[in-house]
Design a protein around this ligand. Structure first.
Ligand SMILES: [Zn+2]
Length: 478
């Protein structure tokens, strides 16, 4: 019942904004016949077709990187071209290509000398990006204490006992690795270069290490190993001077693509200002267990991308084109830490000072109970964009509001945050919630509410039009 009295709520939200905001900032004219015609050409049938393609089993969860994500990116580029957009990438291409690095553990083992035992070969769970050579003095008796030592920065080799692993680690070696990266993070802060994990001979970590050697994986940025983690038998004596050489992880670069097109504004002066409409194209890839092995990501975020594509078609088919330019863009790597949008923000294809705002679409296909045809904006109080979008969208019968639970919480959790970090007014718009199918194979097209989604996209068109036409200009609220 979060949405009870939503209309009062929107009014309140607007009324509560600082007094300096003038009524003109929300003044919108009626939709023109041209706009009304384009708005009603946004139809359920095409929306269903688009989202069904993007979320089909064939797309295999659109992981970053994957051949399926490339297929999806090609599809977006084709659609942009068909809509009549101009490619924003190098030489008029629709692609902005970056390299994404996958990691595998070193193929060779670590070599250890301890006391009189020379060249003991050890299995590496992970190295870092360079070869590590360390010398330290370890005594068997203090091995256990070394795990918790309040290090003086001189301790290079720490020894810990094997940790209990989460159940998913059995078929997901990255989960096992992440458990150890978390555990060793405080030791890294104390100077650890290598952490030796004392294991039994039948430890599951040997299987995880074998998989990590054979198959490159993507490790979330925040869990990238900062020290080598090496397995050592419980029965191995560790007393004395220890030298260790751990080979480096192997990095493999794979090209990944943001897809970006522009619809140039018709006003020579306003055309260098751009309204950006964006969504992430990637999802979390295939599932590792269960009967249904595909995380379809229909709501997250095939729905948002469908919004971007549909809005590109709609804006391009207006007889009277907007004064400002519109940039349409889809990102890779959101699920891996907003990576594609960060790359775009670091290597902008349009001067970011001239980006009026980013309207980022996230999960617009499944309303919360009693919220059909309603959407909400993240980070509502940080700029006038939300209330301005609301003022325009209501003309299509769509309410855009400040969601008390999610608006602030999710402001930093999608690609808009990459642009906020660069001082651009950027918010995500969503028309759903974190439902039970979030990041599950059950986030399927059949669960989408297509009439709701269609209506929301119409509302987003009506909401964006006054900004694209230069009648409203969003402004940051400090
Ligand atoms: Zn998402």
């Amino acid at each position: 019942m979060i949405y009870r009295n939503y209309s009062v709520f929107v009014c309140l939200a607007i009324a509560l904004l600082p007094a300096a905001i003038t009524a003109e900032e929300f003044n919108v004219t009626l939709l023109t016949d041209d706009e009304q015609f384009v708005l009603s050409s946004i139809q359920e049938k095409q929306i269903l077709e688009t989202v069904s393609f993007l979320a089909s089993d064939k797309m295999n969860g659109r992981d970053t990187p994957s051949k399926e994500l490339n297929i999806a990116a090609n599809y977006v580029a084709e659609r942009f071209q068909k809509a009549g957009l101009e490619g924003l990438g190098p030489e008029g291409s629709f692609f902005q290509t970056a390299e994404f690095f996958c990691t595998s553990a070193p193929k060779t083992r670590a070599a250890m000398s301890v006391g009189s035992a020379k060249d003991v070969q050890l299995t590496v769970l992970t190295g870092i990006n360079e070869v590590i050579r360390v010398l330290d003095v370890v005594s068997d008796s203090d091995a256990a204490e070394r795990a918790s030592a309040s290090g003086d920065g001189k301790t290079k080799i720490f020894v810990i006992d094997e940790l209990p692993l989460p159940p998913q680690a059995a078929d997901n070696p990255v989960a096992a690795l992440v458990t150890y990266v978390r555990r060793t993070a405080p030791l890294v802060r104390q100077g650890a270069k290598v952490v030796l994990v004392r294991v039994s001979d039948d430890s599951i970590l040997f299987d995880a290490a074998a998989t990590l050697r054979q198959q490159p994986v993507t490790i979330p940025v925040q869990f990238e190993p900062q020290c080598a983690i090496v397995l050592v038998s419980k029965t191995q004596a560790l007393g004395g001077e220890v030298t260790l050489e751990v080979p480096a992880n192997i990095l493999q670069a794979t090209p990944v693509h943001n897809v970006a097109g522009v619809l140039r504004g018709i006003d020579p002066e306003a055309a260098n200002q751009a309204v950006m409409i964006s969504a992430h194209l990637d999802h979390i890839g295939p599932a590792s267990r269960g009967d249904d092995k595909v995380n379809n990501g229909a709501d997250d975020n095939a729905s948002g991308v469908t919004g971007v594509l549909t809005l590109a078609d709609a804006f391009a088919s207006l007889k009277e084109r907007p004064k400002r330019s519109l940039i349409f863009v889809t990102f890779w790597g959101e699920e891996k830490g907003l990576l594609g949008s960060k790359y775009f923000a670091e290597h902008p294809l349009w001067n970011l000072d001239d980006v009026v705002c980013d309207i980022n679409l996230e999960m617009i296909g499944r309303p919360e109970a009693h919220a059909d045809g309603k959407a909400w904006g993240t980070g509502w109080p940080h700029s006038t964009l939300g209330p301005q979008m609301a003022a325009g969208a209501i003309r299509a019968g769509v309410t855009i509001f400040h969601h008390e639970t999610f608006s602030e919480m999710l402001y930093a959790r999608s690609d808009n945050a990459s642009f906020v970090a660069k001082g651009v007014i950027a918010h995500s718009f969503s028309a759903g919630s974190l439902h039970n199918d979030y990041h599950q194979p059950t986030d399927e097209v059949e669960k989408l509410n297509i009439p709701h989604m269609t209506k929301i996209i119409q509302g987003l068109l009506a909401g964006t039009l006054p900004i694209a036409r230069g009648e409203l200009t969003p402004r940051a609220i400090p």
